[in-house]
Design a protein around this ligand. Structure first.
Ligand SMILES: [Zn+2]
Ligand SMILES: [Zn+2]
Length: 154
């Protein structure tokens, strides 16, 4: 689900510390059907949750390995109390928001396709109940903080 209410975010309080976000593997995480390229059988079949337990599992699948953005957005949604799936995020962008742009429907949940920056922003905002968390500010400060931490940590 998307969030029932607008999350309270204070970027100053959130940057530079461990928020305890539960990490997720990027993967096809529902039985939603992949009509574009997943095999008919096996661990990464077209109609199952792709159970992954390592980065090599992810990398071995042309569907899962493109899910880094939707996995990141799902982690943020879950952090604020949602339970959105990675497949649902992909479906929202490709089949609902940009249906006229992304077609045919065989690509509704991606497969060998990731999200561009604008789609990522749209998906994040949607998953946070329409919040506009001030993306430019967010990313600028986040990037600055990342650089600071990198230089601190070598
Ligand atoms: Zn697929
Ligand atoms: Zn997979």
């Amino acid at each position: 689900m998307i969030l029932p209410s607008f999350p309270i975010m204070n970027i100053e309080q959130m940057t530079g510390k461990d928020l305890g976000v539960t990490p997720l593997f990027q993967h096809k995480d529902t039985p939603m059907l992949c009509l574009r390229g997943c095999p008919l059988e096996g661990k990464h079949a077209w109609n199952v949750v792709h159970e992954v337990s390592s980065s090599s599992d992810v990398a071995s699948c042309d569907h899962c390995k493109w899910y880094c953005v939707v996995a990141s957005i799902a982690m943020i949604n879950h952090y604020f109390g949602g339970d959105i799936s990675q497949d649902r995020l992909m479906y929202y962008i490709r089949a609902e928001l940009y249906r006229d742009y992304y077609n045919p429907p065989e690509t509704d949940i991606g497969h060998g396709i990731g999200l561009d920056v604008d789609s990522a922003k749209d998906a994040l905002s949607w998953s946070l109940n329409g919040a506009d968390p001030g993306f430019e500010d967010y990313f600028e400060k986040g990037e600055k903080n990342l650089h600071m931490n990198r230089s601190k940590n070598g």
